[in-house]
Write a protein that binds this ligand. Structure first.
Ligand code: ATP
Ligand code: MG
Length: 260
């Protein structure tokens, strides 16, 4: 679908088209469309731009990944459709691998997502070689397969867009989980060590810039950033931000879209 540039919601529609195209290519599962819609609703609440608290969350996330023994970025269909190129940049700059890990796993879909990442320039993509498959016992069948060389043995996992059950299972396995989730109330948000309450579309490229800066920082500085971060407080701050913003709107002028 051609989206007119002057459309007041052109950016949101462009992103929606990416997800729909991803579904036609079998990269995105049908449930991925619903998840995206929920994300859009929460993005409205934060004003569809990156708040300051999200920059702090993103900074803590990069510091934690840089301090990890072995970090890994888990990739699902939505994230592959929305920001493969930036995800590959982020993995490169942080020297970590990408692992394809789908909620609704099928070998063919896994292969298509892998190809999408390869086209974006990714080299070492895990999660596709049955020789290295292993399972997370607590999870139901199709969602439990992970790669021994990746998620299974990593100490820090960045899972943009995760499901609550899997986040809990990963935490029970002793992993540190970093997630990007526009809903500060989801089980994933609450169970993660670091929750980035932002749209992946903005968060991933911003994390690339943060990684460029933090990469050369000393270990002490990185440790301080991580130790000063408290996920519970940070989620509370994001809820305060949303309620304050809604209160301000309720008391004052509603933002009218520009008429061309
Ligand atoms: P949980 O299982 O963690 O309790 P849930 O069941 O409510 O959450 P899921 O469908 O499992 O939700 O996960 C989708 C989550 O991804 C939603 O919370 C949604 O807000 C978030 N989300 C969707 N699209 C984006 C996006 N582009 N950027 C960031 N978050 C997003
Ligand atoms: Mg869920």
């Amino acid at each position: 679908m051609k989206i007119p540039n002057g459309h007041p919601r052109a950016e949101s529609l462009r992103v929606r088209e990416l997800i729909i195209e991803g579904m036609h290519q079998d990269i995105v599962a049908k449930a991925g469309l619903i998840a995206h819609g929920r994300g859009e609703a929460f993005d409205y609440l934060i004003g569809e731009k990156t708040p300051l608290f999200a920059i702090e969350q993103q900074t803590a996330a990069i510091a934690m990944i840089l301090l990890a023994k072995k970090a890994i970025i888990s990739v699902n269909g939505n994230i592959a459709s929305l920001c493969s190129e930036d995800l590959v940049k982020l993995a490169d700059i942080l020297s970590v691998n990408l692992e394809v890990n789908l909620f609704y796993r099928r070998e063919e879909r896994s292969a298509i997502v892998t190809k999408k990442l390869q086209e974006a320039g990714a080299k070492n993509i895990l999660g596709n070689d049955p020789e290295f498959y292993t399972t997370i016992e607590e999870l139901s069948h199709s969602r439990r397969v992970v790669d021994k060389r990746g998620i299974f043995s990593a100490d820090v996992i960045l899972v943009p867009l995760e499901d609550g059950d899997r986040t809990m299972a990963l935490r029970r396995m002793g992993k540190k989980v970093i997630t990007i989730d526009l809903n500060p109330l989801s089980r994933t948000s609450i169970w993660s060590n670091i929750t980035i309450v932002n749209n992946v579309i903005r968060a991933i490229p911003e994390m690339v810039s943060i990684a460029e800066k933090l990469k050369n920082e000393s270990k002490e500085v990185l440790i301080e950033i991580v130790e000063n971060f408290d996920n519970h407080k940070s989620l509370q701050e994001s809820l305060r931000y949303i309620s304050q913003r809604l209160n301000d709107l309720a008391e004052g002028e509603l933002e009218k879209p520009k008429v061309e």
